[in-house]
Structure formats: C-alpha cells, structure tokens
Design a protein. Structure first.
Ligand code: SF4
Ligand code: SF4
Length: 239
C-alpha cells in the first residue's frame, strides 16, 4: 500500500518563493474544482493544465514544474483566475516560473521579439522611419483611391492630438493595407488621433518573456514620449 503524503513535511520552496512576490496569490485555497482548466486554452498541452499546476505546486513538485515547457504555452489571458472561485492568481504564478529561467534560455521567438522591441521600438524590428514612411504612403493611397476618404488624416507625432494610438507592428511590416479599416472608422467618427514614433508598437513580448526590466523600459519610453513630447491626454492600446 502506498505511503500517505504528510502535508506538514512537504518542501514547497517554489510556492514560498512565488508567495514572497505575490503574497495574495492564495494557492492554499485551491478546491481542485477544475473550473480554471475548463476554460484554459493551454489545457492538455504538454500533459499539464492550471489545476494540475496548482496541485503540483502545493505538493512541492518544483522540479517537475520547472522542467515542463507548459509555462510557455500559457497565453497569460487570465481566464483561469477570473473563473476561479478562490481567485487564485495562476498567471502571476506562471510569470514567476518563467522569470526563474536564465534569460538566454527562454524561447528564442519571444526573446528575439522582446530584444527587437527594446532596440528598435517594435517586435518586428521595423525602424520608426520605416513605420512613418509606410503609414503615410498607405494613407495617401487611400485618399487617392477610396471615394469618401479624400480628406483622411493620418499623422505620426502630431503634438496635442486628443489621443495616441499604438499599432501592432505586424501590419505595417507584412500587410500595410490592413491598417486602413481602423483609420476609416476613426475618420468617420471624427476622432482626433496620432501615432507615436517612439515605441509605436502595441505588442510587448517582454511581458510574455517575464522580463520586468525590458517590459518596463518599453512602457516608460512610450509614456515619456506621449507625456513630454506629444502632450496627449489619452492613449488607446490596440493590442
Ligand atoms: S478554479 Fe481555482 S479552486 Fe478550482 S481548481 Fe482551479 S485554481 Fe483550484
Ligand atoms: S492565463 Fe494561462 S493558465 Fe490561465 S487560462 Fe490563460 S492560458 Fe490558461
């Protein structure tokens, strides 16, 4: 017969380390109901799901948790926590598990996108000059070829606009015309908006990489540009 697990002698180092950073994460309150798992898009990948993760954490199975690649397929959507009757902060747990890995050993795609964003202002590595050229070029095409939009206004770094809008960098790099529909809506409702040239891309892979420093740098540069240079009161994040 298998020996019973003695709860008071479990070594739960990982759980305690995460609780140091997220004191209200409530891992001990898990009812094992599985509601988190029912709505999780990453359930069953790599044989893992959020309910199982919390069980393993509470049983001190740190090594198994840390070596599983499941932590990288979580989309950080937060659905598990919203559904959880005990409000257990699973995304913060996963973030902290990711952050324990050596930065250079984290997945290349996410790492590269984070580094490109820090270096160039967008995860796709598009320079701000290229972004501005593409945006103005596509806007000109729309003014010329789309009846009803002859006076469409699209600007970059216009000082004093009512709102600053960021832009996922995939569109200007791979499908520039896909930016047009949103511009047309903004035009039709009379929105007063501009793109920023600094940290203009709306994505932030440093968050998914669990790179606090990179994540903060991107946001700070963006906010400083909006506040100090553009002097706009409102930001709309399109991501
Ligand atoms: S929904 Fe909350 S209480 Fe239920 S299994 Fe998931 S973490 Fe535990
Ligand atoms: S945050 Fe991660 S674990 Fe939670 S539901 Fe989304 S994908 Fe699943």
């Amino acid at each position: 017969m298998a020996e019973a697990i003695k709860i008071d002698t479990l070594d739960v180092e990982l759980k305690e380390a995460v609780l140091d950073k997220v004191p209200d994460a409530n891992f001990d309150l898990c009812l094992t109901c599985g509601t988190c798992t029912g709505g999780c898009p990453a359930s069953e990948q790599f044989g893992m799901d959020p309910r199982k993760l919390i069980r393993m954490l509470n049983f001190g199975m740190d090594e198994e948790i840390l070596k599983s690649d499941w932590k990288w397929v979580c989309s950080m959507c937060g659905r598990c926590q919203l559904a959880c009757p005990m409000n257990i902060n699973i995304p913060k747990l996963i973030y902290n598990i990711r952050a324990r890995m050596v930065r250079e050993k984290r997945p290349k795609g996410i790492l590269g996108s984070c580094d490109q964003h820090i270096r160039t202002g967008s995860a796709m590595g598009a320079a701000k000059e290229d972004f501005e050229f593409t945006v103005l070029d596509v806007a000109e095409e729309i003014r010329e070829d789309h009846p009803g939009f002859e006076d469409l206004e699209v600007t970059v770094d216009r000082v004093g606009a009512q709102m600053v809008l960021n832009q996922n960098s995939r569109e200007p790099v791979t499908e520039p015309e896909e930016m047009g529909p949103l511009w047309k809506i903004l035009h039709l409702v009379g929105a007063d908006w501009t793109y920023p040239s600094v940290m203009w891309a709306g994505e932030n892979y440093c968050m998914f990489l669990a790179d606090d420093e990179g994540w903060r740098y991107i946001i700070e540069e963006f906010v400083l540009h909006v506040d100090n240079n553009l002097k706009s009161p409102l930001v709309v994040n399109t991501e």
